[in-house]
Design a protein around this ligand. Structure first.
Ligand code: FAD
Ligand code: NAI
Length: 462
Protein backbone atom coordinates (compact mmCIF):
# COMPACT_ATOMS: atom_id res chain seq x y z
CA UNK A 1 0.00 0.00 0.00
CA UNK A 2 1.15 3.49 -0.78
CA UNK A 3 -0.16 7.00 -0.25
CA UNK A 4 -0.52 9.35 -3.19
CA UNK A 5 -1.81 12.84 -3.82
CA UNK A 6 -3.52 11.61 -6.97
CA UNK A 7 -4.37 8.21 -8.44
CA UNK A 8 -5.58 8.21 -12.03
CA UNK A 9 -7.55 5.15 -13.20
CA UNK A 10 -6.94 4.51 -16.91
CA UNK A 11 -3.89 5.43 -18.99
CA UNK A 12 -5.53 6.62 -22.22
CA UNK A 13 -4.99 10.15 -23.57
CA UNK A 14 -7.14 11.53 -20.73
CA UNK A 15 -5.53 9.55 -17.93
CA UNK A 16 -1.87 9.61 -18.97
CA UNK A 17 -1.95 13.34 -19.71
CA UNK A 18 -3.64 14.01 -16.34
CA UNK A 19 -0.98 11.91 -14.59
CA UNK A 20 1.91 13.71 -16.31
CA UNK A 21 0.48 17.17 -15.56
CA UNK A 22 -0.21 16.20 -11.89
CA UNK A 23 3.40 15.05 -11.54
CA UNK A 24 4.70 18.21 -13.23
CA UNK A 25 2.71 20.25 -10.71
CA UNK A 26 4.50 18.48 -7.85
CA UNK A 27 1.78 15.98 -6.89
CA UNK A 28 2.76 12.41 -5.96
CA UNK A 29 0.97 10.49 -8.70
CA UNK A 30 0.11 6.93 -9.70
CA UNK A 31 -1.82 5.67 -12.70
CA UNK A 32 -3.70 2.36 -12.79
CA UNK A 33 -3.89 0.55 -16.13
CA UNK A 34 -5.14 -2.97 -16.76
CA UNK A 35 -3.88 -3.30 -20.35
CA UNK A 36 -0.40 -4.68 -21.06
CA UNK A 37 0.65 -1.30 -22.47
CA UNK A 38 -0.10 2.34 -21.70
CA UNK A 39 -1.94 4.74 -24.04
CA UNK A 40 -5.52 3.47 -23.81
CA UNK A 41 -7.87 2.92 -26.70
CA UNK A 42 -6.26 5.70 -28.70
CA UNK A 43 -2.71 4.40 -28.86
CA UNK A 44 -3.45 0.67 -28.73
CA UNK A 45 -6.60 0.09 -30.79
CA UNK A 46 -7.85 3.50 -31.94
CA UNK A 47 -6.33 6.69 -33.34
CA UNK A 48 -2.79 5.44 -33.89
CA UNK A 49 -3.19 1.97 -35.47
CA UNK A 50 -6.03 3.24 -37.69
CA UNK A 51 -3.89 6.13 -38.92
CA UNK A 52 -0.96 3.79 -39.62
CA UNK A 53 -3.23 1.64 -41.82
CA UNK A 54 -4.79 4.72 -43.43
CA UNK A 55 -1.32 6.02 -44.26
CA UNK A 56 -0.06 2.73 -45.71
CA UNK A 57 -3.17 2.21 -47.83
CA UNK A 58 -3.16 5.83 -49.00
CA UNK A 59 0.34 5.24 -50.35
CA UNK A 60 -1.01 2.20 -52.21
CA UNK A 61 -3.86 4.27 -53.65
CA UNK A 62 -1.42 6.93 -54.83
CA UNK A 63 0.76 4.31 -56.50
CA UNK A 64 -2.20 2.64 -58.20
CA UNK A 65 -4.07 5.76 -59.29
CA UNK A 66 -1.75 8.75 -59.53
CA UNK A 67 1.84 7.63 -60.06
CA UNK A 68 1.56 6.86 -63.79
CA UNK A 69 0.16 10.35 -64.49
CA UNK A 70 3.14 11.86 -62.73
CA UNK A 71 5.53 9.85 -64.88
CA UNK A 72 6.16 7.20 -62.24
CA UNK A 73 5.65 4.06 -64.28
CA UNK A 74 6.01 0.40 -63.36
CA UNK A 75 4.19 -2.29 -61.47
CA UNK A 76 2.02 -1.12 -58.56
CA UNK A 77 3.16 -2.41 -55.17
CA UNK A 78 1.56 -5.69 -54.08
CA UNK A 79 0.07 -5.92 -50.61
CA UNK A 80 1.68 -7.98 -47.87
CA UNK A 81 -1.13 -7.72 -45.33
CA UNK A 82 0.82 -9.43 -42.55
CA UNK A 83 3.67 -6.94 -43.02
CA UNK A 84 1.24 -4.00 -43.09
CA UNK A 85 -0.23 -5.13 -39.77
CA UNK A 86 3.24 -5.58 -38.38
CA UNK A 87 4.13 -2.02 -39.47
CA UNK A 88 1.01 -0.82 -37.65
CA UNK A 89 2.01 -2.79 -34.53
CA UNK A 90 5.50 -1.27 -34.61
CA UNK A 91 4.00 2.24 -34.73
CA UNK A 92 1.72 1.36 -31.80
CA UNK A 93 4.66 -0.13 -29.85
CA UNK A 94 6.79 2.99 -30.33
CA UNK A 95 3.98 5.19 -29.06
CA UNK A 96 2.98 3.09 -26.05
CA UNK A 97 6.66 2.71 -25.05
CA UNK A 98 6.90 6.49 -25.32
CA UNK A 99 4.25 6.91 -22.63
CA UNK A 100 6.05 4.41 -20.39
CA UNK A 101 9.20 6.52 -20.80
CA UNK A 102 7.26 9.68 -19.90
CA UNK A 103 5.86 7.98 -16.77
CA UNK A 104 9.37 7.06 -15.63
CA UNK A 105 10.70 10.53 -16.45
CA UNK A 106 7.93 12.14 -14.39
CA UNK A 107 8.21 9.57 -11.56
CA UNK A 108 4.65 8.34 -12.00
CA UNK A 109 3.99 4.86 -10.56
CA UNK A 110 2.18 2.58 -13.01
CA UNK A 111 -0.05 0.38 -10.84
CA UNK A 112 -0.55 -2.59 -13.16
CA UNK A 113 -4.01 -4.19 -13.04
CA UNK A 114 -7.69 -3.28 -12.99
CA UNK A 115 -8.61 -0.71 -10.39
CA UNK A 116 -11.72 -0.20 -8.30
CA UNK A 117 -12.73 2.39 -5.73
CA UNK A 118 -13.85 0.62 -2.52
CA UNK A 119 -14.43 4.00 -0.88
CA UNK A 120 -13.60 7.65 -1.58
CA UNK A 121 -9.84 8.16 -1.11
CA UNK A 122 -8.98 4.51 -1.79
CA UNK A 123 -8.12 2.59 -4.96
CA UNK A 124 -7.83 -1.19 -5.00
CA UNK A 125 -5.59 -2.87 -7.58
CA UNK A 126 -5.37 -6.65 -7.18
CA UNK A 127 -4.99 -7.30 -3.45
CA UNK A 128 -3.43 -3.91 -2.73
CA UNK A 129 -5.36 -0.89 -1.52
CA UNK A 130 -3.72 2.49 -2.12
CA UNK A 131 -4.72 5.85 -0.67
CA UNK A 132 -5.12 9.07 -2.61
CA UNK A 133 -6.34 12.57 -1.79
CA UNK A 134 -7.85 12.76 -5.28
CA UNK A 135 -8.93 10.06 -7.73
CA UNK A 136 -9.37 10.74 -11.44
CA UNK A 137 -11.54 8.25 -13.35
CA UNK A 138 -10.34 8.13 -16.97
CA UNK A 139 -11.56 4.68 -17.94
CA UNK A 140 -12.64 5.56 -21.49
CA UNK A 141 -15.18 3.81 -23.66
CA UNK A 142 -16.00 0.59 -25.50
CA UNK A 143 -17.89 -0.20 -28.71
CA UNK A 144 -21.69 -0.15 -28.41
CA UNK A 145 -23.51 -3.37 -29.17
CA UNK A 146 -26.35 -3.81 -31.65
CA UNK A 147 -29.37 -6.05 -30.98
CA UNK A 148 -29.32 -9.15 -33.23
CA UNK A 149 -25.62 -8.79 -33.93
CA UNK A 150 -23.08 -10.90 -32.09
CA UNK A 151 -19.49 -9.70 -32.33
CA UNK A 152 -16.87 -12.48 -32.52
CA UNK A 153 -13.98 -10.12 -33.52
CA UNK A 154 -13.22 -12.48 -36.44
CA UNK A 155 -16.09 -12.25 -38.96
CA UNK A 156 -18.27 -9.74 -37.12
CA UNK A 157 -15.90 -7.19 -35.68
CA UNK A 158 -15.69 -3.88 -33.85
CA UNK A 159 -12.92 -1.46 -34.81
CA UNK A 160 -10.54 -3.55 -32.68
CA UNK A 161 -11.09 -6.66 -34.80
CA UNK A 162 -11.09 -4.57 -37.98
CA UNK A 163 -7.48 -3.59 -37.24
CA UNK A 164 -6.52 -7.27 -37.11
CA UNK A 165 -8.58 -9.14 -39.74
CA UNK A 166 -6.93 -12.44 -40.70
CA UNK A 167 -7.25 -11.62 -44.38
CA UNK A 168 -8.50 -8.80 -46.54
CA UNK A 169 -12.23 -9.47 -47.03
CA UNK A 170 -13.61 -9.61 -50.56
CA UNK A 171 -16.85 -8.10 -49.31
CA UNK A 172 -16.95 -5.90 -46.23
CA UNK A 173 -20.24 -4.63 -44.82
CA UNK A 174 -19.90 -1.69 -42.46
CA UNK A 175 -22.80 -0.94 -40.13
CA UNK A 176 -22.77 2.80 -39.34
CA UNK A 177 -21.55 5.62 -41.61
CA UNK A 178 -19.73 7.46 -38.82
CA UNK A 179 -16.06 8.16 -38.27
CA UNK A 180 -14.90 4.60 -37.62
CA UNK A 181 -16.98 3.13 -40.45
CA UNK A 182 -15.62 5.55 -43.03
CA UNK A 183 -11.99 5.48 -41.85
CA UNK A 184 -11.77 1.69 -41.62
CA UNK A 185 -13.98 1.37 -44.71
CA UNK A 186 -11.40 3.50 -46.57
CA UNK A 187 -8.58 1.22 -45.44
CA UNK A 188 -10.28 -1.88 -46.86
CA UNK A 189 -11.62 -0.11 -49.96
CA UNK A 190 -8.03 0.82 -50.86
CA UNK A 191 -6.96 -2.77 -50.18
CA UNK A 192 -9.48 -3.96 -52.77
CA UNK A 193 -12.53 -4.95 -50.69
CA UNK A 194 -16.04 -4.21 -51.94
CA UNK A 195 -17.29 -1.94 -49.15
CA UNK A 196 -21.00 -1.46 -48.46
CA UNK A 197 -21.99 0.91 -45.67
CA UNK A 198 -25.41 0.45 -44.09
CA UNK A 199 -26.57 3.54 -42.17
CA UNK A 200 -29.72 4.01 -40.11
CA UNK A 201 -30.13 7.71 -40.91
CA UNK A 202 -30.62 9.27 -44.35
CA UNK A 203 -27.13 10.80 -44.39
CA UNK A 204 -23.58 9.86 -43.56
CA UNK A 205 -21.63 11.42 -40.64
CA UNK A 206 -24.62 12.94 -38.84
CA UNK A 207 -23.93 16.23 -37.08
CA UNK A 208 -21.48 17.39 -39.70
CA UNK A 209 -22.04 20.45 -41.94
CA UNK A 210 -24.67 19.37 -44.50
CA UNK A 211 -22.73 20.66 -47.51
CA UNK A 212 -19.56 18.87 -46.41
CA UNK A 213 -21.62 15.69 -45.87
CA UNK A 214 -22.97 15.79 -49.41
CA UNK A 215 -19.55 16.41 -50.98
CA UNK A 216 -17.95 13.76 -48.76
CA UNK A 217 -20.52 11.14 -49.74
CA UNK A 218 -20.12 11.99 -53.44
CA UNK A 219 -16.33 11.63 -53.23
CA UNK A 220 -16.52 8.34 -51.32
CA UNK A 221 -19.01 6.98 -53.88
CA UNK A 222 -16.55 7.89 -56.62
CA UNK A 223 -13.93 5.90 -54.71
CA UNK A 224 -16.25 2.88 -54.93
CA UNK A 225 -18.09 2.96 -51.58
CA UNK A 226 -21.69 1.68 -51.72
CA UNK A 227 -24.09 3.40 -49.32
CA UNK A 228 -27.42 2.03 -48.13
CA UNK A 229 -29.00 4.84 -46.13
CA UNK A 230 -32.18 4.83 -44.06
CA UNK A 231 -31.66 1.14 -43.28
CA UNK A 232 -32.18 -0.66 -39.98
CA UNK A 233 -30.05 -3.78 -39.54
CA UNK A 234 -32.18 -6.63 -38.18
CA UNK A 235 -29.58 -9.34 -37.66
CA UNK A 236 -26.28 -10.77 -38.79
CA UNK A 237 -26.03 -14.53 -39.37
CA UNK A 238 -22.61 -16.12 -39.59
CA UNK A 239 -21.02 -19.35 -40.71
CA UNK A 240 -17.34 -20.11 -40.06
CA UNK A 241 -16.14 -17.81 -42.84
CA UNK A 242 -19.12 -15.75 -44.07
CA UNK A 243 -21.90 -13.50 -42.84
CA UNK A 244 -25.33 -12.42 -44.02
CA UNK A 245 -26.57 -9.00 -42.97
CA UNK A 246 -30.35 -8.57 -42.96
CA UNK A 247 -31.67 -5.02 -43.00
CA UNK A 248 -34.99 -3.26 -43.54
CA UNK A 249 -35.32 -0.04 -45.49
CA UNK A 250 -37.09 2.45 -43.26
CA UNK A 251 -38.99 4.08 -46.14
CA UNK A 252 -40.99 0.96 -47.14
CA UNK A 253 -40.09 -1.68 -44.55
CA UNK A 254 -38.75 -3.94 -47.32
CA UNK A 255 -36.24 -6.56 -46.16
CA UNK A 256 -32.90 -7.18 -47.89
CA UNK A 257 -29.85 -9.35 -47.31
CA UNK A 258 -26.17 -8.59 -47.97
CA UNK A 259 -23.46 -11.25 -48.19
CA UNK A 260 -20.17 -10.43 -46.51
CA UNK A 261 -16.82 -11.93 -45.67
CA UNK A 262 -16.56 -9.52 -42.75
CA UNK A 263 -18.92 -7.15 -40.97
CA UNK A 264 -17.70 -4.07 -39.09
CA UNK A 265 -20.09 -2.83 -36.42
CA UNK A 266 -19.38 0.90 -36.00
CA UNK A 267 -22.52 2.34 -34.48
CA UNK A 268 -20.95 4.41 -31.72
CA UNK A 269 -19.17 3.90 -28.42
CA UNK A 270 -20.32 4.00 -24.81
CA UNK A 271 -18.54 4.89 -21.56
CA UNK A 272 -16.66 2.05 -19.88
CA UNK A 273 -16.98 2.12 -16.09
CA UNK A 274 -17.46 -1.57 -15.33
CA UNK A 275 -15.93 -2.89 -12.12
CA UNK A 276 -15.07 0.51 -10.64
CA UNK A 277 -17.77 0.26 -7.97
CA UNK A 278 -19.32 3.61 -8.88
CA UNK A 279 -22.85 2.48 -8.01
CA UNK A 280 -21.92 1.48 -4.45
CA UNK A 281 -20.11 4.81 -4.03
CA UNK A 282 -23.21 6.70 -5.21
CA UNK A 283 -21.45 8.38 -8.15
CA UNK A 284 -24.15 9.86 -10.36
CA UNK A 285 -24.34 8.87 -14.03
CA UNK A 286 -26.22 10.30 -17.01
CA UNK A 287 -28.93 8.01 -18.44
CA UNK A 288 -26.52 6.81 -21.17
CA UNK A 289 -23.83 5.84 -18.68
CA UNK A 290 -21.52 8.88 -18.74
CA UNK A 291 -20.24 9.94 -15.32
CA UNK A 292 -21.83 13.25 -14.26
CA UNK A 293 -19.33 16.01 -13.43
CA UNK A 294 -19.47 19.71 -12.66
CA UNK A 295 -17.54 22.38 -14.60
CA UNK A 296 -14.36 21.32 -12.77
CA UNK A 297 -14.66 17.60 -13.62
CA UNK A 298 -15.68 16.78 -10.02
CA UNK A 299 -18.29 14.06 -9.53
CA UNK A 300 -20.89 14.34 -6.77
CA UNK A 301 -18.57 12.31 -4.48
CA UNK A 302 -15.87 14.55 -2.96
CA UNK A 303 -12.34 13.70 -4.12
CA UNK A 304 -13.48 11.75 -7.21
CA UNK A 305 -13.06 13.40 -10.61
CA UNK A 306 -13.77 12.07 -14.11
CA UNK A 307 -12.61 12.98 -17.63
CA UNK A 308 -12.46 11.80 -21.25
CA UNK A 309 -14.75 9.32 -22.98
CA UNK A 310 -16.16 8.28 -19.60
CA UNK A 311 -17.92 11.66 -19.26
CA UNK A 312 -20.18 13.72 -21.51
CA UNK A 313 -19.05 15.35 -24.76
CA UNK A 314 -17.32 14.31 -27.97
CA UNK A 315 -15.36 11.06 -27.69
CA UNK A 316 -12.08 12.44 -28.97
CA UNK A 317 -8.52 11.92 -27.78
CA UNK A 318 -7.67 15.63 -27.75
CA UNK A 319 -10.81 16.47 -25.76
CA UNK A 320 -9.73 13.83 -23.20
CA UNK A 321 -6.18 15.24 -23.14
CA UNK A 322 -7.38 18.79 -22.59
CA UNK A 323 -9.59 17.65 -19.73
CA UNK A 324 -6.62 15.68 -18.33
CA UNK A 325 -4.45 18.79 -18.17
CA UNK A 326 -7.27 20.95 -16.82
CA UNK A 327 -8.35 18.59 -14.05
CA UNK A 328 -4.73 18.30 -12.89
CA UNK A 329 -4.56 22.09 -12.63
CA UNK A 330 -7.83 22.14 -10.65
CA UNK A 331 -6.57 19.47 -8.23
CA UNK A 332 -3.32 21.43 -7.78
CA UNK A 333 -5.37 24.50 -6.84
CA UNK A 334 -4.93 26.29 -10.16
CA UNK A 335 -7.45 27.26 -12.84
CA UNK A 336 -7.94 24.46 -15.36
CA UNK A 337 -10.11 25.35 -18.34
CA UNK A 338 -11.36 23.68 -21.53
CA UNK A 339 -13.07 25.73 -24.25
CA UNK A 340 -15.68 23.24 -25.45
CA UNK A 341 -16.69 25.65 -28.23
CA UNK A 342 -13.36 25.16 -29.98
CA UNK A 343 -12.76 21.40 -30.16
CA UNK A 344 -11.91 20.36 -33.71
CA UNK A 345 -13.13 17.10 -35.23
CA UNK A 346 -11.21 15.38 -38.01
CA UNK A 347 -11.92 12.37 -40.22
CA UNK A 348 -8.68 11.00 -41.62
CA UNK A 349 -10.00 9.75 -44.94
CA UNK A 350 -8.73 11.00 -48.31
CA UNK A 351 -9.68 13.76 -48.58
CA UNK A 352 -9.61 14.63 -44.90
CA UNK A 353 -12.64 16.26 -43.34
CA UNK A 354 -12.34 18.72 -40.47
CA UNK A 355 -14.62 21.03 -38.57
CA UNK A 356 -14.70 23.35 -35.59
CA UNK A 357 -17.40 25.47 -33.99
CA UNK A 358 -20.93 25.93 -35.26
CA UNK A 359 -22.45 24.37 -38.38
CA UNK A 360 -24.73 26.41 -40.63
CA UNK A 361 -27.71 24.35 -39.48
CA UNK A 362 -26.93 25.11 -35.85
CA UNK A 363 -26.65 28.84 -36.57
CA UNK A 364 -29.96 28.80 -38.46
CA UNK A 365 -31.60 26.97 -35.61
CA UNK A 366 -30.24 29.51 -33.13
CA UNK A 367 -31.56 32.36 -35.33
CA UNK A 368 -28.07 33.85 -35.57
CA UNK A 369 -27.32 36.21 -38.48
CA UNK A 370 -24.19 34.89 -40.20
CA UNK A 371 -22.26 35.07 -43.44
CA UNK A 372 -20.48 32.32 -45.35
CA UNK A 373 -17.08 32.49 -47.02
CA UNK A 374 -16.33 29.51 -49.25
CA UNK A 375 -13.35 28.61 -51.36
CA UNK A 376 -12.90 25.47 -53.51
CA UNK A 377 -9.56 23.61 -53.57
CA UNK A 378 -9.88 23.74 -57.37
CA UNK A 379 -8.60 27.32 -57.01
CA UNK A 380 -5.61 26.23 -54.93
CA UNK A 381 -2.45 25.64 -56.95
CA UNK A 382 -0.81 23.30 -54.43
CA UNK A 383 -3.89 21.05 -54.21
CA UNK A 384 -3.94 20.80 -57.99
CA UNK A 385 -0.22 19.95 -58.06
CA UNK A 386 -0.86 16.87 -55.94
CA UNK A 387 -4.08 15.90 -57.75
CA UNK A 388 -6.22 16.49 -54.64
CA UNK A 389 -8.22 19.53 -55.65
CA UNK A 390 -11.63 18.20 -54.59
CA UNK A 391 -13.43 19.85 -51.69
CA UNK A 392 -13.57 23.30 -50.15
CA UNK A 393 -13.06 25.48 -47.11
CA UNK A 394 -16.11 27.11 -45.59
CA UNK A 395 -15.90 29.76 -42.88
CA UNK A 396 -18.93 31.00 -40.99
CA UNK A 397 -18.73 34.46 -39.43
CA UNK A 398 -21.12 36.67 -37.51
CA UNK A 399 -22.99 38.92 -40.00
CA UNK A 400 -22.45 42.01 -37.90
CA UNK A 401 -19.16 41.63 -36.02
CA UNK A 402 -17.37 39.34 -38.55
CA UNK A 403 -16.25 37.13 -35.62
CA UNK A 404 -15.52 33.57 -36.77
CA UNK A 405 -18.19 31.14 -35.54
CA UNK A 406 -17.13 27.93 -37.27
CA UNK A 407 -15.19 26.36 -40.10
CA UNK A 408 -15.72 23.23 -42.19
CA UNK A 409 -13.07 21.85 -44.49
CA UNK A 410 -12.97 18.91 -46.87
CA UNK A 411 -9.75 18.60 -48.80
CA UNK A 412 -6.01 17.92 -48.54
CA UNK A 413 -4.52 18.46 -45.10
CA UNK A 414 -7.90 19.53 -43.66
CA UNK A 415 -6.99 18.01 -40.30
CA UNK A 416 -4.03 20.35 -39.95
CA UNK A 417 -5.56 23.39 -41.66
CA UNK A 418 -8.42 23.51 -39.17
CA UNK A 419 -6.09 24.56 -36.36
CA UNK A 420 -5.42 27.92 -37.95
CA UNK A 421 -9.11 28.62 -37.50
CA UNK A 422 -9.09 27.12 -33.98
CA UNK A 423 -6.36 29.53 -32.89
CA UNK A 424 -8.20 32.43 -34.55
CA UNK A 425 -11.40 31.46 -32.70
CA UNK A 426 -9.54 31.18 -29.36
CA UNK A 427 -8.37 34.75 -29.87
CA UNK A 428 -11.88 35.90 -30.84
CA UNK A 429 -10.62 36.80 -34.33
CA UNK A 430 -12.75 38.10 -37.18
CA UNK A 431 -12.71 36.57 -40.67
CA UNK A 432 -10.90 39.73 -41.74
CA UNK A 433 -8.09 39.02 -39.26
CA UNK A 434 -7.48 35.73 -41.09
CA UNK A 435 -7.90 37.34 -44.49
CA UNK A 436 -5.31 40.02 -43.71
CA UNK A 437 -2.71 37.50 -42.56
CA UNK A 438 -0.08 36.74 -45.18
CA UNK A 439 -0.14 33.02 -46.11
CA UNK A 440 2.80 31.37 -47.85
CA UNK A 441 2.37 30.33 -51.46
CA UNK A 442 1.81 27.64 -52.59
CA UNK A 443 0.17 26.07 -49.52
CA UNK A 444 -3.23 24.50 -48.84
CA UNK A 445 -3.66 27.10 -46.11
CA UNK A 446 -4.13 29.74 -48.79
CA UNK A 447 -7.56 28.16 -49.28
CA UNK A 448 -8.39 29.04 -45.66
CA UNK A 449 -7.33 32.62 -46.25
CA UNK A 450 -9.36 32.78 -49.46
CA UNK A 451 -12.46 31.50 -47.61
CA UNK A 452 -11.88 34.25 -45.04
CA UNK A 453 -11.53 36.77 -47.88
CA UNK A 454 -14.83 35.45 -49.25
CA UNK A 455 -16.48 36.53 -45.97
CA UNK A 456 -15.56 40.10 -46.95
CA UNK A 457 -14.85 41.67 -50.33
CA UNK A 458 -14.30 38.34 -52.06
CA UNK A 459 -11.73 35.63 -52.74
CA UNK A 460 -9.13 36.24 -55.44
CA UNK A 461 -8.69 32.88 -57.20
CA UNK A 462 -12.30 32.05 -58.10
P1 FAD B 1 -9.29 5.44 -23.35
O1 FAD B 1 -8.32 5.82 -24.39
O2 FAD B 1 -10.38 4.51 -23.73
O3 FAD B 1 -8.44 4.85 -22.16
C1 FAD B 1 -9.02 4.30 -21.04
C2 FAD B 1 -8.06 3.31 -20.44
O4 FAD B 1 -8.54 2.95 -19.15
C3 FAD B 1 -7.94 2.00 -21.22
O5 FAD B 1 -6.60 1.73 -21.53
C4 FAD B 1 -8.51 0.95 -20.28
O6 FAD B 1 -7.83 -0.29 -20.37
C5 FAD B 1 -8.27 1.59 -18.95
N1 FAD B 1 -9.19 1.14 -17.90
C6 FAD B 1 -10.53 1.09 -17.94
N2 FAD B 1 -11.04 0.67 -16.79
C7 FAD B 1 -9.99 0.44 -15.97
C8 FAD B 1 -9.86 0.00 -14.65
N3 FAD B 1 -10.92 -0.27 -13.89
N4 FAD B 1 -8.60 -0.15 -14.14
C9 FAD B 1 -7.51 0.12 -14.89
N5 FAD B 1 -7.58 0.57 -16.16
C10 FAD B 1 -8.80 0.73 -16.68
N6 FAD B 1 -10.03 10.12 -31.37
C11 FAD B 1 -9.39 11.15 -31.96
O7 FAD B 1 -9.37 12.25 -31.40
N7 FAD B 1 -8.74 11.00 -33.15
C12 FAD B 1 -8.75 9.82 -33.81
O8 FAD B 1 -8.16 9.71 -34.89
C13 FAD B 1 -9.42 8.72 -33.24
N8 FAD B 1 -9.44 7.53 -33.85
C14 FAD B 1 -10.08 6.49 -33.27
C15 FAD B 1 -10.11 5.27 -33.94
C16 FAD B 1 -10.76 4.19 -33.37
C17 FAD B 1 -10.78 2.89 -34.11
C18 FAD B 1 -11.37 4.33 -32.08
C19 FAD B 1 -12.04 3.16 -31.43
C20 FAD B 1 -11.35 5.52 -31.42
C21 FAD B 1 -10.71 6.62 -32.01
N9 FAD B 1 -10.68 7.87 -31.38
C22 FAD B 1 -10.06 8.92 -31.99
C23 FAD B 1 -11.31 8.09 -30.07
C24 FAD B 1 -10.23 8.05 -28.96
O9 FAD B 1 -9.56 6.82 -29.01
C25 FAD B 1 -10.87 8.27 -27.60
O10 FAD B 1 -11.65 9.44 -27.60
C26 FAD B 1 -9.80 8.38 -26.52
O11 FAD B 1 -9.00 7.23 -26.50
C27 FAD B 1 -10.45 8.60 -25.16
O12 FAD B 1 -9.44 8.69 -24.19
P2 FAD B 1 -9.70 8.27 -22.67
O13 FAD B 1 -8.42 8.52 -21.98
O14 FAD B 1 -10.92 8.91 -22.18
O15 FAD B 1 -10.02 6.71 -22.71
P1 NAI C 1 -20.19 7.58 -34.74
O1 NAI C 1 -21.08 8.12 -33.70
O2 NAI C 1 -19.21 8.44 -35.41
O3 NAI C 1 -21.06 6.95 -35.93
C1 NAI C 1 -22.00 5.94 -35.72
C2 NAI C 1 -22.90 5.87 -36.93
O4 NAI C 1 -23.68 4.71 -36.82
C3 NAI C 1 -23.84 7.06 -37.05
O5 NAI C 1 -23.84 7.52 -38.37
C4 NAI C 1 -25.17 6.48 -36.63
O6 NAI C 1 -26.28 7.13 -37.23
C5 NAI C 1 -25.02 5.06 -37.13
N1 NAI C 1 -25.87 4.10 -36.46
C6 NAI C 1 -26.21 4.04 -35.14
N2 NAI C 1 -27.01 2.97 -34.91
C7 NAI C 1 -27.15 2.34 -36.11
C8 NAI C 1 -27.84 1.16 -36.51
N3 NAI C 1 -28.55 0.44 -35.64
N4 NAI C 1 -27.77 0.80 -37.81
C9 NAI C 1 -27.06 1.53 -38.72
N5 NAI C 1 -26.38 2.65 -38.37
C10 NAI C 1 -26.43 3.04 -37.09
O7 NAI C 1 -19.51 6.30 -34.04
P2 NAI C 1 -18.27 5.42 -34.46
O8 NAI C 1 -17.94 5.60 -35.89
O9 NAI C 1 -18.56 4.06 -33.95
O10 NAI C 1 -17.10 6.07 -33.61
C11 NAI C 1 -17.18 6.09 -32.18
C12 NAI C 1 -16.44 7.26 -31.60
O11 NAI C 1 -15.07 7.17 -31.84
C13 NAI C 1 -16.93 8.57 -32.19
O12 NAI C 1 -17.54 9.30 -31.16
C14 NAI C 1 -15.73 9.27 -32.68
O13 NAI C 1 -15.65 10.56 -32.17
C15 NAI C 1 -14.56 8.43 -32.19
N6 NAI C 1 -13.63 8.30 -33.30
C16 NAI C 1 -12.99 9.42 -33.74
C17 NAI C 1 -12.17 9.36 -34.82
C18 NAI C 1 -11.53 10.61 -35.30
O14 NAI C 1 -11.53 11.58 -34.57
N7 NAI C 1 -10.96 10.64 -36.49
C19 NAI C 1 -11.92 8.12 -35.54
C20 NAI C 1 -12.68 7.02 -35.03
C21 NAI C 1 -13.48 7.13 -33.94
Amino acid sequence: MANYDVIVIGAGPGGYVAAIRCAQLGLKTACVEGRETLGGTCLNVGCIPSKALLHATHQLHEAEHNFADMGLKGKSPSVDWAQMKSYKDTVVGQNTAGIEFLFKKNKIDWLKGWGSIPEAGKVKVGDEVHEAKAIIVATGSEASSLPGVEVDEKIVVTSTGALELGKIPKKLVVIGAGVIGLEMGSVYKRLGSEVTVVEFLDQITPGMDAEVCKTFQRILKKQGFEFILGAAVQKVDTTKTKAKVTYKLRKDDSEHVLDADAVLVATGRKPFTDGLGLEALGVELHPRGQIKTDAHWATNVPGIYAIGDAIDGPMLAHKAEDEGMAVAEVIAGKHGHVNYGVIPGVIYTAPEVASVGATEDALKEAGRAYKVGKFPFMGNARAKAIKQAEGFVKILADAETDRILGAHIIGPGAGDLIHEVCVAMEFGASAQDLALTCHAHPTYSEAVREAALACGDGAIHV
